[in-house]
Design a protein. Structure first.
Length: 448
């Protein structure tokens, strides 16, 4: 099948429009999850990652080896026909792969294969960090590994053919370096989560309870037990808290890709993000070769250069930052001796969203449902984080701020519900300054 033929690309465009309309109507958010991996040998460093995204259109990759992460020790984890496997490559093979990937340093961070605007086509992300701190991520949009259909498509930009051919040639070197008989990987740390079985009728099913102690981050025997129950990187239905969920057991993975953001946040050269998102603390980053104090000091110096404003600091343990005129994004950092967490706080309607709260999960204007906190803890959280955004609590739940001219007032309502703490905006008004001209009165026309 020619995935890049003119006919199929026109079909992508039509299907993309349909999917976009459907998603807008359903008001659903898409979640991207990371590829799983085993734990590397102590002291080794991830140097390469290759992964694919099919976009919003379900395009299956050809059978064979896909998705790879490689460490300088020679450990490699890859997906072969849907099964994640582990291999150990010779130092000469690792050196050859790193050398073959060197062309990435000469490419732009984003390469589109198309001469026209095409939405929701496949992408390949290739990341190389030959030397620690010298990391390069390239996203090639509009290409499928193991496919050369781009050579026959009128949609492809002729000036990009050479780049696409280099990517395909590099991928062939990668595939030839990986043994297809490699054993299934045995991770020592995993993350267990679940999601509702949308579209699946579970009323006639008899489901087993998933042990609550086997949720979140697991290692050792607990991780192995979760794998035995649900499988590795697969999905099985269980009852979690009395409700049906697809349970996923995902091995912990270092994420080398530096994805493009509308707003920038720096990454310490010795730090690597992992696919562990703690519901309270955020995304996990691990580092080595530097101290906690050095990492915290580095962020304190680097963040302002990209437009971030520090709002709070607690030694080398905690930092809170805002970006974009106080009303766009907030980040909080929690530092530890060998790792740190970054929690992103979204700001909407000048109000911060509590992490993992459900917006619209309760009745009321801009109502967010908070779980795992008490009423007093919820009030204290909003008091602190509204303060980061320049608000002052004038009375319980009533906040005010001014830019020197217009004064804003927000009044929150806090209440306890069965699902958690509901927080909604009961009043939000803007008060103009005294010198602001009054509205012009229009005389009422006489009746006849």
């Amino acid at each position: 099948m020619n995935l890049f033929s003119s006919k199929n690309l026109r079909l992508w465009l039509a299907l993309s429009l349909f999917v976009l309309v459907a998603l807008t109507a359903c008001d659903k958010q898409l979640e991207v999850t990371a590829m799983p991996v085993t734990s590397p040998a102590s002291g080794s460093r991830p140097v390469m990652q290759i992964s694919q995204s099919s976009g919003m259109i379900a395009i299956k990759n050809p059978p064979g080896i896909t998705n790879l992460i490689l460490w300088d020790s020679g450990q490699a984890v890859f997906e072969l026909d849907g099964v994640y496997r582990e291999a150990h490559l010779a130092p000469s093979v690792v050196a050859n792969l790193v050398d073959a990937a060197g062309f990435l340093y000469n490419l732009d961070n984003y390469v589109s294969a198309f001469r026209y605007v095409v939405t929701d086509a496949p992408s390949i992300f290739l990341t190389l960090e030959a030397d620690q701190g010298h990391r390069k991520t390239v996203e090639v949009y509009g290409i499928v590994l193991d496919s050369e259909d781009f050579q026959e498509s009128d949609f492809i930009d002729p000036s990009k053919i050479e780049i696409l051919e280099k990517v395909q040639a590099f991928w062939k070197i990668v595939k030839d370096s990986l043994p297809e008989t490699a054993p299934v990987m045995q991770p020592v740390e995993v993350v267990v989560d679940g999601y509702p079985p949308y579209g699946v009728d579970v009323t006639t099913m008899t489901l087993s309870d998933w042990p609550p102690e086997l949720e979140g981050y697991l290692q050792g025997e607990a991780a192995q037990q979760a794998i035995r129950m649900a499988g590795l990187a697969s999905e099985k239905l269980y009852l979690m808290g009395g409700e049906a969920y697809f349970v996923r057991v995902v091995p912990v993975l270092p994420i080398l890709h530096d994805y493009r953001y509308r707003w920038e946040r720096p990454r310490h050269p010795n730090a690597t993000r992992y696919n562990i998102d703690d519901p309270k603390y955020g995304s996990l980053y691990r580092f080595s070769g530097v101290s906690q104090e050095e990492v915290a000091s580095w962020y304190k110096a680097a963040m302002p250069e990209l437009g971030w404003i520090m709002m709070k600091e607690e030694g080398a343990d905690f930092q809170a930052w805002v970006f974009g005129g106080y009303d766009e994004y907030m980040l909080e950092f929690r530092f530890y001796p060998d790792k740190f967490y970054i929690q992103q706080i979204f700001v909407e309607q000048s109000v911060p969203r509590y992490p993992n709260s459900i917006l619209g999960g309760c009745a009321g204007s801009w109502c967010q449902l908070l779980s795992g906190v008490t009423l007093d803890e919820a009030k204290a959280w909003f008091h602190e984080y509204m303060g980061y955004l320049g608000w002052t609590e004038k009375d319980t739940g009533v906040y005010s701020r001014s830019d020197g001219d217009v004064t804003e007032i927000i009044r929150f309502g806090f209440r306890t519900e069965s699902g958690g703490i509901a927080v909604n905006i009961e009043e939000h008004q803007q008060i103009p300054p005294a010198w602001w001209p009054s509205p012009i009165s229009t005389p009422t026309p006489p009746t006849t």
